[in-house]
Design a protein around this ligand. Sequence first.
Ligand SMILES: [Zn+2]
Ligand SMILES: [Zn+2]
Length: 456
Amino acid sequence: MKKQKQGIIRSPKGMHDMLHGDIRYLERISEIAREVAEFYGFLPIQTPHMEDAQLFLRPLGETSDVVEKEMYTLRTKGGDFFALRPEGTAPVVRAYFENGMGSWPQPVKLYYEGSFFRHEKPQRGRFREFRQFGAEALGSDDAVLDALIIKIAYFILREIGFSAKGGPASGWKNNLLVHINSIGDKACRPGYKKELTNYYRKKFNYLCKDCKRRLKDNPLRVLDCKEPGCAEIKTQSPQMIEHLCEACKTHFKSVLEFLDEAQIPYLLDNYLVRGFDYYGRTVFEIFLEDGKKEAVGLPAEEKGGEHQSAQVALVGGGRYDDLAAILGSKPLSAVGFSMGMERLIHEMKRFEIKPKAHPQTKIFLIHIGPAAKKRSFTLMEELRVAGIDAGESISRDNLKTQLNIAAKIGAKLALILGQKEAMDGTIMMRDMDDSLQETVLQSKLVEKIKAKLKKK
Ligand SMILES: [Zn+2]
Ligand SMILES: [Zn+2]
């Protein structure tokens, strides 16, 4: 055996433990997201954390940053080439075909949540293992589904507590705004790309190193660059909206009409594109705009123009009608979104939005002596089955210590079991407010507790 480097073992860089405090926030987001998605007929799906690497390599395109440097891949002993999933859309499309969902009534609507992995430079608000909730509507190109996907994402954020008019304490605004664009389809995008390439060729020397390379592979991705120099050049570049074919124009107009109908505020963002090559027609991001001039979670180089200093993208998504064909399947029209949980949690805290409340323990079980300890070991389960939310600290034998814990967690009633009570089947019930106590039969305990708590 090789000698291991000594010292404390730590979690991998960019991957973190999530403790109960943050998990209560996560649970609140999940609960709301699931409830809204299920209401609109979305069904849950779980796909493996690891997939054939080709699932991501093919659709993301050779030029995508995710493929270039951000994917965790591994070669198995059997010679398979796997990847930890960097995103959720390609696996859902794979699952659609693999499980014969093409024969289900269309569209098939699915939602998922879980961990995803990207080998990014760790920075504030960015993790190498991160959690997302996402939803996909597959099997139809109807514009109403684009609007439905946006609507669901938007109202999940609203339900969580964003876009309340004015923050709780200081009256900050935290408005949600949908940034939306159409990037056309196979019929009209190539012409636009050509014109974009011509435009950028003239400015080639002013582009950043990455964009010089991107221009060759996919000029749309130059629009996505956050370097100040490139952002500046972008402001004069040709816009897709003026190059849309009739079909794409009609589709986009229809999406916007549905958003108007639902009174969802949006901004036409003519330069919005998505990092992945398989998107077509509708692309969108939902931003949280607020009065606090702090771009939380965004590194300085990502802030872009001065207008973005107080904007945080909470949701991203779009239509991806070409993805299935890229994967080698039959063509499949689909649209979806995903939201990053860590960023949502961060913003919830910043806006003092409460996490899921943990039920308060009102009963605390205390034992004195070995026989009582044994009896409370089983009594606790009897309370759980009876639906009584009770607490205990059974590994502590000292009466005073146990009483202190009961007081600390704010218990209303302490159940005290001594040697004598353990023998004769009774128990002492102490009111923690006035210290009055009475002895009751263990067989009557549950109904006595319920009666007592009702009065409280
Ligand atoms: Zn650039
Ligand atoms: Zn088109």
